[in-house]
Design a protein around this ligand. Structure first.
Ligand code: KG4
Ligand code: ZN
Length: 347
């Protein structure tokens, strides 16, 4: 019997993602983004995103089906992001998924978005055959996960206590006068600067933080340190060395993320590291992770960037794993949960 065909829907933020996955094979992944509509506001406007999801949903489903050369009647299960994310956007995706589930008479699976960011790796680099570590970093999340079984056994070792990594980049981008989202601009500038020019703080790395926050992150102190440094430079009438600030800031973020992640791999005897989430596009993180993983003998898996940003494939991938694990489907009256905990893989 062929493996089940899962349709995945993602709408937790500004991307409307619809994908079809059979087993660990991606048939097609269609994404529509409303980012252009948010850029001028300097942040995602939930109501604008919700309306964009509503408009994009049916065309994106149709495009995914036609590109995958699949008829809707062939779909065996519908997976949808149930959280975490923005309530309005999540509700549009969940409503569409419930309608499909009822219309097709096929089971519905409400999926955890953050765990989806790790699960999508299986479509690219193959099944997780042993215990792995996953670092999920984006504009909304920075989480370190110990993955024993992606469908049934994921443990959150740590997360950010304040800003997510991408969020910190966007805030520093704003204070350096860069367009929103600032992350990619800082990345580009940082490549021209000296990462050792300024020694910015590494949050939660002091000895006193080891006991409670060994695998947690904090980037708000770093962001404040950058703001103070830039201000004092301006107050002294000096030109801000933007590339050096960007490089030193990016190095501080990459240093903490990789050092804590590799320490966690060592402590849990794990030699496969998956990095996912939109921030894994960051070249300072990629370079440092590649270097440090090679030194530590850790196999590093980072999928191409289109699978790191929000997409339907990640939800279909985790949905497919959950279906194959034989877990019960979700009730049709499930709610969405903007702060869905990482203890919940499927609702
Ligand atoms: O996963 P994603 O598309 O959306 C969320 O779920 O948040 O991640 C977008 C985040 C933004 O904060 C963006 O500035 C950041 O990832 N980002 C980057 C880079 N590319 C995207 N940050 C630093 N360097 C990059 N190259
Ligand atoms: Zn995400």
């Amino acid at each position: 019997m062929p493996e089940p065909l899962v349709l995945g829907i993602e709408t937790s933020c500004d991307e409307t993602g619809v994908a079809l996955v059979r087993g660990d094979t991606l048939l097609f992944d269609a994404v529509a983004s409303s980012m252009d509509e948010h850029a001028r506001y300097g942040g995602i406007i939930p109501e604008v995103a919700s309306r964009a999801h509503l408009e994009a949903m049916t065309p994106t489903i149709r495009r995914a089906l036609s590109e995958a050369d699949v008829d809707l009647s062939e779909v065996d299960a519908v997976a949808v992001t149930a959280g975490p994310g923005l309530v309005g956007p999540l509700t549009i995706g969940a409503s569409a998924a419930k309608a499909l589930s009822i219309g097709l008479g096929k089971p519905l699976y409400g999926i955890n978005h953050v765990i989806g960011h790790a699960a999508v790796n299986q479509l690219v680099d193959g099944p997780f055959t042993e215990r792995s570590m996953a670092l999920v970093v984006s504009g909304g999340h920075s989480s370190l996960l110990l993955v024993d079984d992606i469908a049934t056994d994921v443990t959150e070792l740590g997360s950010t206590l304040d800003d997510a990594a991408g969020e910190a980049f966007d805030k520093v981008g704003r204070l350096l006068g860069l367009p929103y989202p600032g992350g990619p601009h800082i990345d580009r500038l940082a490549r021209e600067g000296d990462p050792e020019a300024i020694r910015f703080p590494r949050g939660l790395t002091a000895r006193k933080d080891q006991a409670r926050h060994a695998y947690d992150f904090s980037f708000s102190g770093l962001k404040t340190a950058v703001a103070r440094w830039v201000e004092s430079c301006q107050d002294a009438g000096k030109e801000v060395p933007v590339a050096d600030v960007a490089a030193s800031f990016a190095a501080a973020v990459a240093d903490v993320l990789t050092a804590k992640t590799i320490a966690a791999c060592r402590a849990h005897d794990v030699d496969t590291l998956i990095i996912g989430g939109g921030f894994s596009a960051n070249s300072q993180l990629r370079d440092m992770a590649a270097e440090r993983c090679a030194e530590a003998g850790i196999d590093l898996r980072i999928p191409p960037i289109r699978y790191c940003t929000d997409n339907g494939a990640m939800i279909a991938a985790l949905g497919s794993a959950v279906v194959r694990a034989g877990l019960p489907p979700s009730d049709l009256d499930i709610a969405v949960d903007s702060s869905m905990p990482l203890t919940t893989i499927t609702v």
